[in-house]
Write a protein that binds this ligand. Structure first.
Ligand code: PGA
Length: 241
C-alpha cells in the first residue's frame, strides 16, 4: 500500500485530487467509484474547481457509489444520492443518467442488491474512493463482514449510528439499515484511493496499514489490493509513523 501523509485536511484533499485527476485525464470515459461522508468533500471541491477553471469534463464519466441508507432516496437531504448531487454532481457536467447508487427506497431490497451487483459486474471501477469508519469499516461493511461479500443490506453498528448522528437532527433519525457494496465489489476496483483524517481515525488507520488482515477490521482487506493509495493527515497517521 502506498501511504501519503499530509499535514492537514486541505493537503489531504489536494493529494487525493492529484490521484483522481490522473485517472480522469487519462481516461475521459473512466468509471469512478465514489464515497460519501465528510472525508471526501474536500476532494470533490477540488474536482469542481478544476472543472470550472480548467474545463475538465465529466460528460462521458460514469460513477458507482458505495452505499445508501435503506428507506431514504433523493427526496431526503440525508440520503447519499442527495449528498452526491449537492457536493459534486450538480457542479460538474456529468450526466445524472451515468451516475449509479443503490435505490434506498426499493420495495424489494434483495432484488435491488441483485440489480446493483449485476451493474457492478459490468462497471469495473477504474478508481474507487473510500473513507474509513472509526471501527475500520469501509462503505457500510461493518466488522465481521466476509471478505467475499457483494452488495447487501446491513444492520448498522451502534458506533456507526453514533458517528453519523452528527448529520441528523437526532440519533433516532439515523436509519438502522443500509445498502452497501460488499468487500469483493470494492476489491474489484482497478485502483483504490482511501482517505482518512483526524485522530478518531488513527486506530482504524493502524488496522488498515499495519494490523492483521482480518474480517474484524474490514479495511485490512485492502492490504491485499495490488494498487491501493492511502492519503492521510498527520493526526490519523499517528499510530503508523
Ligand atoms: P466520514 O465517514 O468521512 O464522515 O468520517 C467515513 C466512513 O464512515 O466511511
Amino acid at each position: 500500500m502506498k501511504v501519503i501523509v499530509c499535514k492537514d485536511y486541505d493537503e489531504m484533499s489536494a493529494k487525493a485530487f492529484e490521484v483522481m485527476a490522473e485517472v480522469v485525464k487519462n481516461n475521459p470515459k473512466a468509471i469512478l467509484g465514489l464515497a460519501t461522508g465528510s472525508t471526501p468533500i474536500g476532494l470533490y471541491k477540488k474536482m469542481i474547481e478544476d472543472h470550472e477553471k480548467n474545463g475538465t469534463s465529466y460528460k462521458d464519466i460514469k460513477t458507482v457509489n458505495l452505499d445508501e441508507y435503506a428507506g431514504l432516496d433523493y427526496s431526503s437531504d440525508q440520503s447519499y444520492v442527495y449528498f452526491m448531487r449537492h457536493n459534486l454532481f450538480d457542479h460538474v457536467d456529468i450526466d445524472l443518467k451515468n451516475t449509479n447508487i443503490e435505490n434506498g427506497k426499493a420495495a424489494d431490497r434483495q432484488a435491488e442488491c441483485k440489480r446493483y451487483n449485476e451493474l457492478l459486474e459490468k462497471m469495473q471501477q477504474d478508481i474507487q474512493v473510500l473513507g474509513i469508519g472509526s471501527n475500520g469499516h469501509i462503505a457500510f461493511n461493518e466488522p465481521g463482514t466476509p471478505f467475499g461479500s457483494v452488495t447487501h443490506i446491513v444492520d448498522l453498528a451502534e458506533s456507526t449510528i453514533k458517528d453519523n448522528s452528527r448529520m441528523f437532527a437526532s440519533i433516532d433519525e439515523v436509519p438502522r439499515q443500509a445498502f452497501t457494496m460488499g468487500l469483493k465489489n470494492i476489491m474489484n476496483a482497478k485502483k483504490i484511493l482511501i482517505l482518512a483524517n483526524g485522530k478518531n481515525k488513527a486506530k482504524a488507520v493502524y488496522g488498515l496499514v499495519k494490523g492483521e488482515v482480518t474480517e474484524n477490521v474490514p479495511a485490512s482487506v485492502l492490504q491485499l489490493h495490488p494498487d491501493c493509495t492511502l492519503v492521510v493527515d498527520e493526526a490519523a497517521a499517528e499510530l503508523i509513523k
